[in-house]
Design a protein around this ligand. Structure first.
Ligand code: GLC
Length: 691
């Protein structure tokens, strides 16, 4: 059951698709009061109460003990002290002594979540706007709360099947020849690959929808040649539009008044990669339509996927910021800089970037009013993704396209996926990215993944290898790194054979991963869940922060520590450990419920299958379309009959029907042996362990 409570004059966010009528009762659980920062909802936390949710955030799966701030931020090289990242997903789920409940603070402005930080026994959530809709979700279990919320916010975005393949990316790929070389290096070594991302360097002066005709003399040919190799090109599109006369996107935007404006109605200017830029007012349908159709130019060259970036929106500086800095600099640079003056100088310069005063200085035309940006800040990135999604759909309504974004708010899960932002080549970030997965799923974002190997900083080969061992399971599996960092493509490293072998596991598992993605996407379930969600009665499972349930039958527990040759694992029930070196080289070890140390060499990764469940394994392939979903080996440890519903479709159909794609695999066990039957599939049950 979901109940709605309104405060002040809420602005629409389009987070929900379900109409929930206003509830006339008083909000239970919370006390509500005006405070100096806004409107605060206070809830007393039970001693052992856990808090889930908040989607893309740092720190634990259990959010208790830290302060988070919903304010979409360009947080290059973030760490656990950060309160905000690129996205705002205002769902909390409280799980204490009584029945668990969820709360969604539907507020597009800044919201501060003090979750036992100021006072260990208090959660205080403050809406700075003071205008919001609050949805209270009460169901019998944690999983039921998520399903109920997900039903209210609508079906998540579905990528094409090829987007489940391995994608190679790097900031710095700048020419046709370079893309071809990367692909050749993978193909000649039989390293699986399905896509190559093109970062800002493919453009002319970082201008959206342009491409450098010298570096890419025939983009259509390149993209056709790549498709022959079963590779898709995935160019980046940024939110800021370069201010330049004669640049069509800029000229059209100005002529039609499509950009965000200052208070006096003149277009707002902020700087990003191209220097001074304008920002499309994605809040207006006509602007979204115009911008969305701009993607068609690249699609005519054969492009089928994009990533949207810098859409918090990131602002390097504004005219105001530059003017103030200039004034301060003139003053400061003539001084003999001591402690205070020097740090002030630093603040002046650093403070120009993503400055709050800039976000409070421009406006949208939204919901029939002129709305100051900071009141609706967190919607901007999602609405850009919406523009792209609608544009891509209008180009080819029958087909799914790849689109993923950096910034988002709940609602944007219907229009695209998200990647987890600019992480760093640190071991701790493997774990950070793992912890984001279930929280993102709760908030509707199923197509997600992190920059494998780490974005900023220099990776090491053991770090990349271990990170790939987590990436095997994430729907978006992309290796991405920043300009001027060490080359990070698999073939650069001595351990490339081990990395390739790990990729073969991904492709072999595709029938399971794709089935679990589609089944959960189409029914509002989570592909990744904290153990607590599936084993609420198991006190040990409640506190596990480095293992996740994956789909119906699996648990994952990757290694995330340098030089580790294994790890501790808690099994909440009997499970079959599959220790993979590659899709062909693995061993099966039945293990009992409880705590275990598992040996795992650097080139080995574990997958745990719940006793009684079946996981289908394909023979893999070097690209997604080569994977045969119909010829399968079954893995599992059974003590009776079992079944698994596998899903498949053509990989591109825009509105897939779950029932049409499902086929049941049935296994019967007798006398210590298993026999399988599955309509239209060839299944091998010889690897199933019975007993
Ligand atoms: C941003 C993105 C990153 C990209 C870079 C250059 O930092 O998050 O992925 O490589 O911009 O476009």
């Amino acid at each position: 059951m979901i109940r709605r409570f309104d405060y002040g004059t809420p602005l629409p966010t389009d987070a929900l698709v379900q109409e929930i009528p206003l509830c006339g009762e008083t909000l239970p659980f919370f006390t509500v009061a005006k405070t100096e920062n806004g409107l605060t909802f206070t809830y007393p936390l039970g001693r052992e109460e856990l808090i889930y949710g908040l989607g893309e955030t740092v720190r634990g799966i259990n959010k208790r003990g830290h302060i988070y701030r919903s304010w979409n931020s360009d947080e290059f090289s973030h760490h656990e002290d950060k309160q905000s990242l690129y996205a705002s997903h205002n769902l909390l789920i409280f799980s204490g002594e009584g029945k668990p409940f969820g709360v969604f603070f539907d507020d597009p402005g800044e919201v501060i979540f003090d979750l036992g930080y100021t006072g260990a026994d208090t959660a205080a959530i403050t809406s700075v706007n003071g205008d919001l809709r609050l949805y209270l979700i009460e169901e019998d279990s944690l999983n039921a709360i998520v399903r109920s919320f997900r039903q209210a916010i609508g079906q998540c975005y579905l990528p094409p099947k090829w987007a489940f393949g391995y994608i190679q990316s790097r900031w710095g790929y700048a020419a046709d020849g370079e893309v071809r070389t990367i692909v050749n290096e993978h193909r000649s070594r039989h390293i699986p690959l399905d896509g190559v991302c093109m970062d800002i360097d493919y453009m002319v002066d970082y201008k959206d929808f342009s491409w450098n005709k010298e570096a890419f003399p025939d983009l259509r040919q390149l993209s056709a040649d790549m498709k022959q190799e079963h590779i898709r090109l995935i160019p980046i599109i940024d939110a800021g539009v370069k201010q330049q006369e004669g640049y069509d996107v800029c000229d059209e935007g100005l002529r039609n008044g499509y950009f965000c404006t200052c208070e006096d109605g003149t277009p707002f200017v902020g700087a990003v990669w191209p220097g001074r830029s304008y920002f499309p007012d994605f809040f207006r349908p006509e602007v979204r339509e115009w911008f969305g159709k701009k993607y068609h130019g690249l699609m005519e060259q054969g492009i089928e996927g994009f990533w949207n970036d810098m859409n918090e929106p990131a602002l390097f500086y504004s005219e105001r910021g530059i003017a103030e800095a200039r004034q301060e600099l003139t003053k400061l640079l003539d001084m003999n800089l001591g402690l205070d003056a020097f740090f002030h100088l630093k603040d002046v310069l650093m403070g120009m970037q993503n400055n709050r005063r800039d976000y409070a200085s421009f406006y949208h035309k939204y919901a029939g009013q002129q709305v100051r940006h900071d009141r609706v800040h967190n919607l901007y990135g999602g609405f850009m993704t919406r523009a792209a999604h609608e544009g891509l759909r209008s180009y080819d309504p029958d087909k799914r396209h790849l689109i993923f974004s950096r910034a988002s708010y709940v609602g944007a899960h219907r229009w695209g996926g998200v990647w987890q932002g600019d992480n760093t080549s640190w071991w701790s970030h493997i774990l950070m990215n793992l912890k984001m997965l279930p929280s993102l799923n709760m908030c509707g974002f199923l197509y997600t993944g992190a920059d494998l190997g780490g974005f900023s900083g220099n990776t090491t080969e053991d770090l990349l290898l271990r990170w790939l061992q987590l990436g095997v399971f994430t729907p978006l599996m992309r290796n991405h790194s920043a300009l001027h960092t060490r080359d990070q493509e698999i073939y650069r490293f001595g351990m490339q054979e081990d990395m390739k072998n790990i990729l073969t596991v991904r492709y072999a598992l595709l029938p399971y991963l794709y089935s679990e993605f589609m089944k959960n996407a189409l029914t509002g379930g989570s592909m990744f869940r904290p153990l607590a969600f599936d084993y609420p009665e198991d006190a040990a499972a409640l506190r596990i922060e480095d293992q996740l349930m994956l789909g119906e039958g699996c648990m994952i527990a990757p290694v995330y520590e340098q030089n580790a040759r294994g790890r501790n694992v808690y099994l909440p029930e009997d499970m079959l450990l599959v220790r993979f070196r590659s899709a062909e080289d693995y061993c099966l070890i039945p293990m009992e419920k409880g705590r275990h140390w598992i040996d795992l060499d650097l080139n080995e990764m574990p997958l745990f299958i719940r006793k009684g469940c079946i996981v289908p394994l394909s023979r893999g392939g070097e690209w997604v379309e080569a994977v045969d979903f119909d010829t399968l080996t079954l893995l599992g440890w059974l003590d009776g009959d079992a079944a698994y519903a596998i899903y498949n479709d053509d990989g591109t159909v825009a509105a897939p029907v779950l029932a049409d794609g499902l086929r049941e695999i049935r296994v019967r066990t007798a006398d210590g042996k298993a026999a399988a039957e599955a309509q239209g599939l060839t299944v091998d049950a010889a690897k199933l362990i019975v007993g």
